[in-house]
Design a binder for this molecule. Structure first.
Ligand code: GRF
Length: 221
């Protein structure tokens, strides 16, 4: 990978791929100095695969059921990803927990987008859990992927106030809007070689970040 060329990126998805679309749009608009080389999905039905193909990006389906074990599946996935020599792997709604070997292989060059203000609400069903907990704020986080599920060093967050009486679907939709802002922004910073992971510390312009960058969303009114 040349230091100044566009950053080669591989994106992993399982579903709609609206975050993938945000990356495709940002690349097209020249907002990120990156090139999405390939998309992989564990789900043959993922609409995101079509989004990729429509954009002229090679899209692969790799089924877990075609491999005897999770480890074998992840080895095969890692090998196929590495053929593209990506400088960055983005988990954009990839709904599988990845094992330590896979994570080690891409440590420092793999991001995830998670729909909560981490460290609040790791795991699934975040929007419902936020409403049940009565939290005043919610959002999304882009973080480096480490061995700890949804626990890697945070890069950037999007934060909105939760509205009184808001439904889970409405909250989810408002969070999604912010995801399309923060994911391309994180990729842009990495592609500009301004942001990197050093051990457990996110370095921005060679200064250790103590808190993630914060984008404030629409007001609760
Ligand atoms: C997003 O909410 C993301 O935060 C989560 O999975 C969802 C993916 O949505 N990890 P999409 O496939 O990008 O539309």
């Amino acid at each position: 990978m040349s230091e100044t060329g566009p950053l080669p990126v591989v994106v992993l998805i399982s579903g709609q791929g609206t975050n993938l679309q945000a990356l495709i749009d940002a690349e097209r608009a020249g907002k990120i100095h990156a090139r999405i080389q390939a998309v992989f999905s564990d789900n043959s039905e993922a609409p995101g695969l079509d989004r990729a193909r429509r954009a002229g990006i090679t899209a692969h389906h790799l089924a877990r059921g075609d491999f005897p074990s999770r480890a074998a599946y992840e080895r095969a996935l890692a090998e196929r990803i590495e053929r593209y020599q990506p400088g960055l792997v983005v988990l954009a709604g990839f709904m599988r927990i990845l094992g330590d070997d896979f994570v080690h292989r891409f440590r420092g060059s793999m991001l995830n987008i998670h729909p909560s203000l981490l460290p609040r609400f790791r795991g699934l069903d975040t929007h419902r859990r936020v409403l049940e907990a009565g939290d005043a704020q919610h959002g999304a986080t882009v973080h480096f992927v480490t061995e700890e599920l949804d626990g890697g060093p945070r890069i950037i967050q999007y934060r909105i106030p939760v509205r009184a009486g808001e439904s889970e679907g409405a909250l989810e939709a408002r969070v999604h809007v912010g995801e399309y802002v923060i994911l391309p922004r994180a990729v842009a910073l990495i592609a500009e070689r301004r942001l990197r992971l050093d051990g457990e510390t996110v370095m921005l312009d060679e200064v250790a970040m103590t808190e993630p960058l914060m984008v404030e969303g629409e007001s609760g009114k």
